[in-house]
Design a protein around this ligand. Structure first.
Ligand code: 4AD
Ligand code: MG
Length: 480
């Protein structure tokens, strides 16, 4: 007989059907003559209740079933007498696929801390919280491809191993097959990369943008959705060393078109989650509410998870220049009272996530797009404004998160781009192909990067980025 998924069983309106289900035991409860097993197969947050009559023959088998065991159950669907579910399964034949020794199995039917679950990331998919998070992660992946596909964008696979530093921040993991115990040296004592696998120094990419730009110069509208790697030593709840990024790149778009697309995409994705991940979101909403109760009054959220998602869909984002933002921050009470860890003193300083969150959560009380940043704090490829001081950058700032998107209009003028590359001491010889697109049929163009796990933090309301990617990579941690 073919297995039916529990999500489909729970949706069905007819009873008395003989079906086969498979899954993992969440709880087992035995009363005098009946045993109730809550079975979950990950197709939904909800469990299917299995009802087993406790006969003498059955007792031996039942004694072997514990939380975490996997079962295959042939049974008949019956209308449930208990509240909370419409249908349950009257067991005809239970079969244990794999036992879980209760003395060793670390997951028990109680709330475990997220920190503990991170240490058993190989098993945490079996909890309500993580199965909900990863179903939503899948839904968001699908929705991203759907969004761009419906708009006629082409998905481009950009290289993971590169010879250039797209962001110019020097935070790269090196890729080499040289023997690091015995590096080959040139006559002047430097490492001889001509002997390395690619004949040059290579790294894991920090961004697919530069290659996406090349593709946009022929296909007009493209996007990447791939892993990116950053060796920045930021042990925060918002940074990963390996994360996934969505990077659309569009020919003929200026900064305003770029902002419009970013706003439309974020609202589309949040709306998609509200419409397609309802049960999981409701579970996470309640979970967060309970978590909030543990916090002091002044640190609690002003909105519940679902309310916050609905709010973002319903409200236009504020669009503000960096210069305006600095004025607001400088004159804010928080700054005057010394409440920022990094006080805002002058124009030109980079914004910290505390400043970004202040603007979003306290000042504008909605998502904010900041534009026209000082060129010194932004990457070489951003289009220079006429003032000579700022570039046409745009960062989208979200409640709870801070920066969720970073993007810009790109410098399409060959001379200006070359000057900036030289000013910033970026090796020109590594950039010849990028520069050539500005020599041959250059056009105004723009793009941005959405950090996928930052989006996941927002949509799920989880507080730590390590809990929205299956196997997080962070400083001193590459387990699993
Ligand atoms: O602002 P970033 O560095 O921009 C770029 O990489 C551009 N090449 C994007 C583009 O214009 N095509 O990174 C983009 C986004 C950030 O806004 C943030 O959401 C996310 O990537 N991000 C990280 N997410 C998790 N861990 C990290 N260490 C991250 N660094 C950036
Ligand atoms: Mg950025």
């Amino acid at each position: 007989m073919k297995r039916i998924k529990i999500a489909d069983v729970l949706k069905s309106e007819s009873f008395g059907n003989e079906i086969l289900v498979k899954g993992w035991v969440r709880t087992k409860r035995v009363s005098k003559n009946v045993c109730f097993i809550a079975l979950n197969d990950g197709s939904t947050i909800n469990n299917l209740q299995i009802v087993i009559d406790v006969t003498p023959e059955m007792e031996e088998l039942l004694a072997k079933i514990h939380t975490g065991a996997s079962l295959s159950v042939l049974g008949k669907t019956v209308e449930s007498a208990g509240s909370g579910q419409k249908v349950e399964l009257q067991c005809i034949n239970p079969e244990i696929l794999g036992q879980a020794n209760p003395d060793e199995y670390p997951l028990q039917p109680k709330r475990h801390s997220l920190e503990f679950l991170r240490e058993i990331a190989h098993l945490r998919f079996r909890t309500n919280t993580f199965s909900a998070v990863f179903r939503i992660r899948h839904a968001m992946t699908f929705a991203i491809h759907k969004f761009f596909n419906d708009k006629g964008f082409s998905n481009i696979h950009t290289p993971i191993i590169t010879g250039s530093d797209a962001e110019g921040a020097g935070e790269m993991f090196q890729v080499t097959t040289l023997d690091i115990e015995k590096m080959p040296r040139t006559e002047d004592g430097k490492i001889d990369y001509t002997q390395d696998f690619f004949g040059k120094m290579t790294n894991l990419t920090v961004s697919g943008q530069l290659e996406a730009e090349l593709a946009a110069m022929g296909l007009s509208e493209v996007y990447t959705f791939g892993p990116t790697f950053r060796a920045e030593n930021s042990n925060t709840a918002r940074h990963l060393a390996e994360f996934w990024m969505i990077e659309p790149e569009m020919a003929f778009y200026d900064i305003n078109d770029d902002m419009d697309l970013a706003e439309e995409m974020l609202q589309y994705l949040v709306k998609y989650a509200l419409e397609n991940c309802r049960e999981d979101l409701e579970f996470l909403h309640k979970r967060r509410e309970e978590e909030q109760k543990q916090k002091p009054q002044n640190e609690r959220d002003s909105m519940g998870l679902i309310d916050r998602l609905e709010f973002v869909v319903a409200n236009e984002f504020a669009r503000v220049t960096y210069t305006e933002a600095i004025d607001i921050l400088k004159n804010s009470n928080a700054n005057k009272k010394g409440q920022f860890a990094y006080p805002v003193e002058s124009w030109g300083t980079d914004l910290q996530s505390e400043h970004e969150r202040y603007l979003v959560e306290k000042h504008y009380k909605k998502p904010v797009i900041l534009i026209d940043y000082p060129k010194e704090i932004k990457a070489f490829y951003m289009k220079q404004n006429e003032d000579g001081k700022t570039v046409r950058a745009m960062d989208v700032l979200f409640p709870q998160i801070g920066e969720i998107i970073g993007g810009s209009q790109r410098e399409e003028d060959y001379e200006k781009l070359l000057n900036r590359i030289n000013e910033m001491h970026i090796p020109e010889k590594d950039m010849w192909w990028y520069l050539e697109t500005r020599k041959f049929g250059t056009v105004p163009h723009s793009g941005f990067g959405l950090g996928f796990e930052r989006l996941m933090l927002f949509v799920t309301g989880m507080g730590n980025i390590r809990d929205v990617i299956p196997f997080p990579r962070t400083p001193k941690n590459a387990e699993f």
